[in-house]
Design a protein around this ligand. Structure first.
Ligand SMILES: Cc1cc2nc3c(=O)[nH]c(=O)nc-3n(C[C@H](O)[C@H](O)[C@H](O)COP(=O)(O)OP(=O)(O)OC[C@H]3O[C@@H](n4cnc5c(N)ncnc54)[C@H](O)[C@@H]3O)c2cc1C
Length: 584
């Protein structure tokens, strides 16, 4: 017996020592080959997802002479989260995502976050419109398609919430045109699959925003990469994994890359490094050894969707219908039945279902989560775990879901769904940010965050929500933060040409909203709705008329039917009802 306890005690001590070494292992101290270039390149971008290529595109427009290198570990760009099949493709604008508008204790609806997301998406629209005009992005319907955003709820409490939300949010110009209904027939017009086979006695409510979009972020990433490569100053190396980062005395960075095909390693010196490695960004940030990295940990949550590509059914569902999150479910798990355009086909997706995995990338390692735990974040991560037990429970429940359970969720939104028509697809991995917070200790965060060093020589993008939809404003903010001198020396003026509303808020002016949306709708072949302005004469809903062809943005592209937009938007309290709506 004594021998047994002695053995147990020895094992305990060995594990303690091993744990101590593991937690304190300095990732940034491995030896790396000498840099092969004496003169540093201007920028190294790690990862071929939408974030890196958006930043690279902006930088190439601002400084065409800068030399930039992008390294991607897989065989192509956009194969992780940015790939069309690996995310939900929602152009997040706060139109339908109910988690962006929480109910305050006094029963009022907080709209600030939804307005902020809508503002950011307007920046993305301008950035993509500019890229179309510059020929870097091709036919808009290849990557962005009009797809009305619907919120759909049942149950008295949820219906009351949605009614109040609609009332509060439509006071904002960016949300003008959103309709509300509790009428089964009306909701069936917007989204027939939601209503067919539903109990006629069930109380339901929906809002309908005709200006919603479905976006293929993978196509954007691929096309922008091709455009970047036309410059001799930009180079992409695939199958090239960044394995080490080391800062030199002159503040430049040595970036070591392993060629995964040959196993060879080489090192490149760079003035600035952007870590846009998706879920793997945390690991690379820790590898850099910058003090700011000590404030972060990460928690992976994968996603799965049920997919259905029967054109007969997919053609009858042309909206994204968002519901309410289950209690304890993280915000990105809100169920939605989505019309998508993928690989040239109409597809219907339902989900996401959370997938627990310790990988930080879909093509990552099962060790990713464990390798990210160190002496700086271990206590904080444990604390976050214990403070988010509902999330832990939710993930455990999701992990136990059977095909029957998933189908039972689906029929709540599409009552006549047939189980055999649907297949389960695994989407990308998100790594949620765990962050030291001066007030709350350590918190789990669902947004995105740019972490940079004090000298502004390296920056990493952590988190994934609202994600790709807001990649352009995220990168514009990064420019502001990392390159203040260049911004003062002329970048701001140039940015105003790329993003005409730069520095202004659309939501503060109906005129500006109209001016910018008219322009982007025209360039991206999206529908347009005129928001009533202070100077509009009071008018009746019947006055709604198509834009004159000679008005800016008034051309209607071939193939876009105005029919889906003929439904008249709900009046906005306190505003004129002079509505113009037209597919541009
Ligand atoms: C299930 C799901 C649904 C989503 N839905 C939406 C949505 O509806 N709307 C929305 O806007 N966003 C959505 N998102 C978020 C969105 O997909 C991400 O925010 C976005 O794609 C992240 O882009 P990225 O460039 O940072 O990362 P990624 O696209 O993941 O690219 C990172 C790249 O870095 C590479 N890499 C990693 N490590 C290294 C290394 N060491 N060396 C070299 N290369 C490396 C990877 O291989 C990868 O190609 C969703 C995400 C998920 C998972």
């Amino acid at each position: 017996m004594r021998k047994f306890f002695k053995g147990l005690a020895t094992l305990f001590v060995v594990m303690l020592v091993a744990g101590f070494i593991f937690l304190n292992w300095p990732l940034w101290q491995r030896s790396v080959p000498q840099a092969q270039n004496d003169e540093p390149v201007d920028v190294v971008l790690i990862g071929g997802g939408i974030m890196s290529v958006t930043l690279a595109t902006l930088l190439q427009e601002l400084e065409p002479d800068w030399r930039m290198q992008l390294y991607e570990r897989l065989d192509g760009v956009a194969l992780e989260s940015s790939n069309g099949w690996n995310n939900a493709g929602t152009g997040h604008s706060g139109f339908a995502e109910l988690n962006y508008t929480p109910e305050a204790d006094d029963g009022s609806i907080e709209t600030a976050r939804a307005v902020n997301i809508a503002e950011q998406f307007e920046v993305s629209r301008q950035f993509w419109a500019h890229q179309v005009q510059q020929g870097r992005l091709s036919t808009p319907s290849d990557f962005i398609n009009p797809t009305p955003h619907v919120s759909f709820v049942w149950g008295d409490e949820n219906i009351e919430f949605l009614r109040k939300r609609h009332e509060a949010i439509t006071k904002n110009p960016l949300f003008y045109g959103m309709e509300y209904s509790e009428d089964h027939g009306k909701i069936a017009e917007w989204a027939p699959l939601l209503m067919e086979g539903r109990d006629p006695q069930q109380r339901v409510a929906a809002t309908y925003m005709p200006l919603g979009t479905d976006v293929n972020f993978g196509v954007i990433t691929e096309q922008l990469t091709q455009a970047l490569q036309k410059s001799p100053n930009f180079d992409v190396e695939l199958q090239s994994e960044v394995t080490a980062l080391r800062q030199n005395d002159d503040k430049t960075w040595n970036v070591t890359i392993r060629n995964l095909a040959t196993g060879d390693e080489h090192t490149v010196k760079s003035r600035f490094v952007f870590i846009g490695a998706g879920g793997a960004s945390l690991h690379l940030l820790q590898m850099s050894g910058i003090p700011e990295a000590a404030n972060y940990g990460g928690f992976p949550v994968g996603g799965q969707f049920l997919a259905f590509d029967n054109p007969a059914i997919a053609g009858r569902h042309d909206v994204k219908a968002y519901g309410m999150a289950e209690t304890g479910a993280p915000p990105m798990s809100v169920p939605h039945l989505d019309a998508r355009r993928l690989d040239g086909k109409d597809v219907t997706l339902f989900g996401p279902f959370a997938l627990f995995s310790t990988k930080f990338l879909k093509e990552g390692s099962w060790w990713d989560l464990f390798a990210s735990v160190n002496n700086d974040n271990v206590l904080g991560m444990m604390r976050v775990g214990s403070h988010n037990l509902d999330l832990v429970t939710y993930l455990a429940e999701q992990a136990r879901l059977t095909d029957d359970d998933r189908h039972a969720e689906l029929v709540k939104y599409y009552p006549q769904a047939k189980r055999e028509d649907w297949r389960l697809v695994t989407a990308g991995q998100r790594v949620q940010v765990i962050k030291r917070d001066p007030e709350d200790g350590t918190v789990l965060q669902f947004g995105t965050e740019v972490v940079a060093d004090q000298d502004r020589t390296i920056a990493a993008l952590l988190g994934a929500s609202p994600g790709a939809s807001t990649s352009p404003p995220i990168m514009v903010n990064l420019l502001d933060r990392i390159f203040p001198q260049q911004m003062d020396a002329g970048w701001r003026e140039r940015l105003s040409e790329i993003i005409p509303s730069y520095g202004r808020k659309l939501n503060e002016s109906a005129e500006l909203t109209n001016e910018i949306r008219r322009m982007t709708s025209s360039a991206l072949s999206l529908p347009y709705l005129d928001v009533p302005t202070q100077t509009d004469a009071p008018a009746d809903a019947d006055d709604a008329k198509p834009l004159a062809q000679d008005q800016p943005g008034g051309d209607q592209p071939a193939g876009l039917s105005p029919e889906p937009w003929s439904a008249q938007p709900a009046p906005v309290p306190g505003q004129n009802q002079n509505r113009e709506m037209q597919a541009l």
